[in-house]
Design a protein around this ligand. Sequence first.
Ligand SMILES: C[S@@+](CC[C@H](N)C(=O)[O-])C[C@H]1O[C@@H](n2cnc3c(N)ncnc32)[C@H](O)[C@@H]1O
Length: 275
Amino acid sequence: MAHDLIPEEKRALIEQHLIEQYVIWDQQLNDPENTASLYDRITTSESLMQAINNVISRARYTEDTLEEAFRQGVKQYIILGAGMDTFAFRRPEMLEELEVFEVDHPATQEFKLNRLTELGWEHPAKLHFIPIDFIKENLVTVLTRSSSYDPKIKSFFSWFGVTPYLPQKDVFATLRFIADIAPAGSTLVFDYIDTDAFIPEKMSPQMRVLLEYLSKIGEPMKSRGFNPSNLAEDLASLGFHLYEDLSPTDIEERYLQGRTYGHYEHGHFACVVVD
Ligand SMILES: C[S@@+](CC[C@H](N)C(=O)[O-])C[C@H]1O[C@@H](n2cnc3c(N)ncnc32)[C@H](O)[C@@H]1O
């Protein structure tokens, strides 16, 4: 489904870009004139593999946690920053009982909706698309505008691959909106980068490569991350109880055993419950 969702010409661009990157890395790795250490040269390709592992493991974590919440009776799933998520099309049996809300930036959502029309995929009755710009709009207002969203019932929210790209104030504001709109006992899973990733002396070499790369392509990380030692306290002030905070090592143990590359040293997955 992911393969089909990306139009052929865009897929060709992605493939071409990856091949070019690999050729550059390969040349850097094998160039006898290259003065960078072998360690630094390997770091660049490690950074890409870690990014891929991050995407795979966050999708697995989200859906494992959602299934548990679903078994406990959750009837609404809100995917914040859904991107090209295919859950609603992959799990028709869950959508018999679960209302799913894809909440995303209008530009991304328009692209996806056009592509879904082109593909002719059947639109599940319980799937709803809600546009939002987290920087400009209030999630409570936007969700309550939808007649399908019921603020009285326990819900499950996911927010992956988004917080690093938003300014800190907008991350906090959106967390507050979730705590405001969702009844006690609702769950949110999200990922975050720890504060060390933004301190030059503390960041891992792979993170340095990633931050430089994202700035170069015009999608810089704007958040300054969360400090795992203060996470429970920070979230308590926003109206959540921290249920679990998976460190990169925890993520590797749970999802990436036997892989050559691991997870970002600074990338965490958190699960929190509304008070
Ligand atoms: C890297 S993708 C993550 C997609 C998916 N959740 C995942 O885990 O792979 C980032 C998503 O965040 C959304 N996004 C970025 N900035 C946003 C904003 N200011 N308001 C709403 N959505 C935003 C993008 O539209 C995109 O769908």
